[in-house]
Design a protein around this ligand. Sequence first.
Ligand SMILES: NC(=O)c1ccc[n+]([C@@H]2O[C@H](COP(=O)([O-])OP(=O)(O)OC[C@H]3O[C@@H](n4cnc5c(N)ncnc54)[C@H](O)[C@@H]3O)[C@@H](O)[C@H]2O)c1
Length: 393
Amino acid sequence: MREINVAMIGEGFMGRTHSNAWSQVTKFFKPPVRPVMYTSCGRREEHTKIFSNHWGWTHASTNWEHTVRLPEIDLVDIVTPNFMHAPVAMAAIEAGKNVSCEKPIAGTLAEARAMVGAAEQARVQTFVWYIYRRCPAVALAHKLVKDGALGAIRHVRAFYLQDWADESIPLVWRFQKEGAGSGAHGDLNAHIIDMTRFVTGEEITEISGAVAETFIKQRKKMTGTAAGGIAAGVQAGEGTGPVTVDDTLLFLARFSGGAVAGFEAARQATGNQNRNGFELNGTKGSLKFDFERMNELQYYDATRPRAVQGWTTIMCTHGGDHPYAEHWWPDAHTLGYEHGFINQAYDILQVLGGHEPTVPIPDFHDAYQTQRVLEAALVSAAEHRPVALSEVR
Ligand SMILES: NC(=O)c1ccc[n+]([C@@H]2O[C@H](COP(=O)([O-])OP(=O)(O)OC[C@H]3O[C@@H](n4cnc5c(N)ncnc54)[C@H](O)[C@@H]3O)[C@@H](O)[C@H]2O)c1
C-alpha cells in the first residue's frame, strides 16, 4: 500500500485531535493509502520532543519552514493559529506538497484568496478540516436534503454557542485580530456557515444585516502558551491588553434556493458549552441537529398522514444506513468528538488515493466560499448595511 508521509505543524488542541486521527484511522478504516506520522512541529524544543513521542510521530521539529520543504513529506497538516495558515500553506504548496489545513482557511480573505490561487496553480490537493460534515448525523442530513426529503427549504437557523470566554481567560491568540482574524465569528460561525452550505447544498447570496459585540474589552496578558483545550494551560500575567475581535456576532442571510437564515456565534452564552447546530424547515419536512447530542438527528416528515406527524429522533449509529457508522462499533454504540477527525482523516486518504470521499470534503476553493460569507458579515456588522456576496470576491 502506498504510504503518505505527514508533517503536522502545531501541537495544541488540534495537534492532539489530528495526531489521534492519524494514529487511529487505519485501525478502523481501510483507506487506499496509509498515513505515516513522519514529523510533528511545534515551537518549544522540549515540549515538541515529549509531544511527538507521546502521540507516535517519528521525528520532532521546531522549524516549520524546514519541515514543510523536506523531500520525504507528502502532506502538510496545518493546526496552528489562523494567522499562520497562509504562510505555512504557501510554503508547503511552493514545495509541491498536498496541504490539509484547519478552519477557517485563513485569518483574512486576502490570505485565503492567495492560498486558493497558489493551490490551483501548483495543482496540489487541498483539504480543510470542517469536521462537523463528518459527523454521521450531519452527513445523513446532507443526504436527506439531497434526496428531496425537505422539499424547498424556507428557513435555516444555525447557532454555535460556547461559554468559556469569561474575564478569567487571558489574552490568547483567539482574542487578537492579528492572530485570529475575527473572534467567535471566524471560530464558530465559520463552522455553521460550512455546515449549512453542506447540508442545504446551497450558497449564501446576501448578508441582510449583522451585529457584533465585544463585551470584555481588556484581558490580562498571558505568560504561558496555549497547550491543550481552547484556553487550557494558559496563565494570566501582569498587565492587560486590548481585545480586538468580537465576543459574539449574529447575522441574517439569504440562501440561493430562496431560504432566509439566521446565524449566531457566541463565546459567553452561559450554559451553552459547545452548542453547535442547525434547524432547517422545508415544504415537506424539517431537520434539527445539536452537537451536544451528536449521535441524533431530529426529522419531521410532513408527508406522513397528519394524525401521525411528529418529530422522530434518529440514532445515527446504524452501519450501512448512516455514513461512517459501519467502520465503528456495533449498531447503537455511540461516537464522540474525536470520530469526526478520524472520519476526516479517512476521507483525505480516500481522495489522495484517487477515491471518492464518503461525503464531499472542502478543498481551499470550497473553504474560500465560507470565508467570503465571513467577510461579508464582518462588513455588514461594521457598516450597518446589507452586503451582497457578489461584493466580496
Ligand atoms: N476543526 C475544529 O473543530 C477546530 C477546533 C478548534 C480549533 N480549530 C482550529 O485549529 C487551529 C489551531 O487551534 P488550537 O485550538 O489547536 O490552538 P492552540 O493554541 O491550542 O494550538 C496552536 C499550536 O500552534 C503552535 N504554533 C504557533 N506558532 C507556531 C510556529 N511558529 N511554529 C510551530 N507551531 C506554532 C502553538 O505552539 C500551539 O501548539 C486554529 O486555526 C483553530 O481555528 C479547529
